[in-house]
Design a protein. Structure first.
Length: 372
């Protein structure tokens, strides 16, 4: 991690040196567009709208080009929304605003390069915040496990006044990807009655704990088979720390004993913010009705309707509260447990794909600005 941090700092320093070497010419060219000015004012026009053009607090970016493309896309939207005001200022010769100054700067090749370098430096200066997904507060602490055997996974656990909570000042500094094996290794697992988290000296040790404890809390052979495939998958990976944790028995109501619902398994993908629960749902356990031989058809239908109502309520609540959608593996699907696990792996391995390229963002901005 130290070597990586040094690389980020070196990249930022390199960009700062390039900007410094270009600064005098950039200011001279900028003054041809906007009149007598200063470096500070020029930089203010470029940098003051990061949270206007793009939601840099909540959004996740994969690379500098991704950040710049989405920044341009946000600028395009601002130009479009303010087109009437821009046209009016042009007509009466009123002072220009950032929303029209930047598009004019981008028409100059030298200033365009300067702006892109400035934004790229901003990306590296705020690297962790730019590349990290931003979880909703309801996901800052997760409790999983049945009955009284449950554990917590916190973003930045802190034990205060006899309760486990998150250290909000530390949360933004954490380097790991949320809800991954690396997250567990960095923070450990919270044990409700302990003032210290359960920590693991190696990924191998954690996998052993998962196998001997977490995977054994269920009586379902199907769940145990899924758990074993997950353990094999992690053990075979060269990037195990970045693998999302396959969370067993995620509790709907946290650590409350009357926790209403649990999900058999859940994946929270920090790279895409995709949240998927998996229910191992053979009819023998999920749709079974007691005393079936003594019931009438009407009573059976009513029993099935009640069962399905509870299952639907469970799904709706997880989606409404946490944004978790649920995949159900039924009897026919469970006959091929490898295929079921492949479905889980597809969620584990999913990574975001930017839908906006730098070239397309430039073209869209030009089209909107030139139409005014």
């Amino acid at each position: 991690m130290a070597d990586f941090d040094n690389e980020i700092r070196q990249k930022e320093e390199e960009l700062s040196n390039r900007l410094k070497s270009m600064r005098d010419e950039a200011l001279h060219t900028f003054e041809m567009i906007n009149g007598p000015s200063s470096v500070h004012k020029m930089h203010a026009h470029i940098g003051r709208n990061n949270n206007t053009f793009v939601d840099s607090v909540r959004m996740q970016f994969q690379a500098p080009e991704d950040f710049i493309a989405l920044w341009l896309d946000g600028l395009k939207d601002e130009v479009s929304e303010n087109s009437s005001a821009i046209a009016r200022r042009r007509k009466f010769g009123d002072p220009k605003r950032t929303v029209e100054i930047i598009p004019e700067m981008l028409k100059n090749r030298f200033l365009k390069e300067y702006i892109y370098l400035f934004l790229e430096r901003n990306f590296y200066r705020n690297f962790v915040g730019r590349v990290r997904a931003k979880p909703e507060e309801c996901l800052w602490q997760l409790w999983f496990g049945p009955g009284n055997m449950y554990w917590g996974l916190f973003i930045s656990p802190a034990h205060r006044l006899g309760q486990w909570t998150n250290d909000k000042s530390q949360m933004r500094r954490e380097q790991y990807h949320y809800w991954t094996i690396g997250h567990v290794m960095a923070t450990g697992l919270v044990v409700p009655d302990s003032e210290e988290p359960m920590e693991f000296s190696s990924i191998k040790d954690f996998l052993q704990f998962y196998k001997l404890v977490l995977a054994r809390v269920s009586n379902s052979e199907y769940e145990k088979q899924i758990a074993q495939r997950y353990l094999d998958y992690v053990a075979a990976s060269n990037m195990a720390e970045d693998i999302p944790l396959l969370i067993p028995e995620l509790r709907y109501a946290g650590k409350e004993k009357k926790h209403l619902f649990r999900l058999d398994y859940c994946i929270l993908n920090p790279f895409t913010m995709e949240k998927v629960g998996f229910e191992i749902s053979p009819a023998s356990s999920h749709m079974a009705i007691a005393g079936i031989k003594t019931k009438t058809q009407t009573q059976l239908n009513e029993g099935l309707a009640e069962k399905w109502s509870k299952e639907s309520d469970k799904r709706n609540r997880y989606f409404s509260e946490f944004g978790i959608s649920i995949v159900t593996f039924t009897d026919p699907e469970l006959k091929d447990i490898d295929k079921c696990f492949d479905t889980i792996v597809s969620v584990i391995e999913d990574r975001p794909q930017s839908t906006i390229t730098l070239n397309s963002a430039e073209a869209a901005l030009d089209e909107v600005f030139n139409a005014i």
